[in-house]
Design a protein around this ligand. Structure first.
Ligand SMILES: *Cc1c(COP(=O)(O)O)cnc(C)c1O
Length: 286
C-alpha cells in the first residue's frame, strides 16, 4: 500500500469567525503524503489495489501539463513499482512544466496528443488503439475519477467522521473550481452508481443526498485567478500559516469565508474544511 501519514485537524481563529459565531476546523489532508497529496491519495487507493489484484504492471492515465493527478499518479506508480504512462493533452513543448518534469523523474512515460485527440480519450476505440500501442495497462481516467475513487474517498469520510467527534454531519458543501453548473449532475451520477444494487439504509440515503455545490467561486474557470483571489491567498497564509494554492484550496477558503461573512451559517456552527492538497501546482504558476 502507499505510505500514509495521519493528518491533524487544526482550528483556525480570526475576528471574522468570532463575529459570525462559527468554529472552523481544517483537516490538513494536504500533509498525508509528500507527493500523492490530499484527495488524490484516496482517489488512487482502491485503483492501485485493483491494478495489483488484476496483476497488471502498467498504469495509464490522462491529464494536462499542470495536473495534480498526473503528478500524484507518477509518484504512486514509482512507490509501488508500477510502470506508468501519462497521456498528456496538447503538443509537446520544448520546456516541460515542473509537474511533467517531476512525473518524468518518477519514471512516467509521457505521450503528448492533440486537444482534438484528447477529447476522445474515454471512447472504446481510442482506448483499444492505446492498447495496441502500449500493451496491457490498467486505465485510470482523467482526474482519477471513477467508482473506485468514490469508494476510496468514502473510506476517508468514514475515517474523518470518527476523528471529528461529531454527532452528525449536517451537510457537505463542495466549492467548484470550474466554470458552469455541471458538477452537481456528475456527483449525482457517481452517487447513484454507488447506491445502485446496494442495501442502503434511510440514513445513508439521506446523507448521500445532503450535499450542495457552490459554483460561484470559480474566478473565471479552472486555474484562472484574479488579483482579489491572490490577495486573499496571501493574507490567508499569513494569518493562519496554512499554504493554499489558486486552483482549488484558495477558492475553497475564499468561498467559505465569503459565505460566513454573509451570515450563511447559523451561530454555533462547526465547520470542517477539507484541505485537499495539490500544493505542487502553486510553486509553478505563482
Ligand atoms: C484534483 C483536486 C481536486 C478536485 O478533486 P475532484 O475529485 O477531481 O473533484 C481538489 N483539490 C485538489 C487539491 C486537487 O488536486
Amino acid at each position: 500500500m502507499l505510505s500514509y501519514t495521519s493528518t491533524p485537524i487544526q482550528e483556525i481563529k480570526s475576528s471574522l469567525l468570532e463575529k459570525a459565531g462559527v468554529n472552523v476546523f481544517v483537516k490538513r489532508e494536504d500533509l498525508n503524503h509528500p507527493f500523492v497529496s490530499g484527495n488524490k491519495w484516496w482517489k488512487l487507493k482502491r485503483n492501485l489495489e485493483q491494478a495489483k489484484e488484476e496483476g497488471v504492471s502498467t498504469l495509464l492515465t490522462f491529464g494536462g501539463a499542470y495536473s495534480n493527478h498526473i503528478y500524484a499518479t507518477a509518484a504512486a506508480a514509482q512507490e509501488l513499482g508500477f510502470k506508468c504512462i501519462g497521456i498528456i493533452r496538447g503538443e509537446e513543448i520544448t520546456a516541460l512544466s515542473k509537474t511533467l518534469q517531476f512525473a518524468t523523474e518518477q519514471g512516467m512515460q509521457l505521450h503528448f496528443i492533440s486537444r482534438e485527440a484528447y477529447r476522445q480519450k474515454a471512447q472504446d476505440e481510442f482506448v483499444a488503439r492505446l492498447k495496441d500501442q502500449f500493451g496491457d495497462f490498467y486505465l485510470i481516467p482523467e482526474g482519477g475519477t471513477n467508482s473506485l475513487a468514490v469508494q476510496g474517498v468514502e473510506e476517508f469520510a468514514q475515517q474523518l467522521n470518527k476523528e471529528m467527534d461529531a454527532d452528525f454531519v449536517w451537510r457537505v458543501i463542495g466549492f467548484s473550481s470550474l466554470k458552469g453548473d455541471f458538477l452537481s449532475e456528475e456527483v449525482r451520477r457517481l452517487l447513484d452508481e454507488e447506491i445502485e444494487g446496494e442495501e442502503v439504509s434511510k440514513l445513508e440515503r439521506y446523507q448521500k443526498s445532503n450535499w450542495h455545490i457552490e459554483d460561484g467561486y470559480h474566478f473565471g474557470g479552472y486555474a484562472k485567478h484574479t488579483p482579489e483571489l491572490l490577495m486573499f491567498i496571501k493574507n490567508f497564509e499569513k494569518e493562519f500559516s496554512i499554504p493554499v494554492e489558486h486552483v482549488y484550496t484558495g477558492k475553497l477558503f475564499f468561498g467559505l469565508f465569503d459565505l460566513i461573512q454573509r451570515g450563511h451559517f447559523p451561530k454555533g456552527s462547526k465547520i470542517m474544511a477539507l484541505h485537499t492538497g495539490g500544493l505542487q501546482g502553486k510553486l509553478e504558476q505563482l
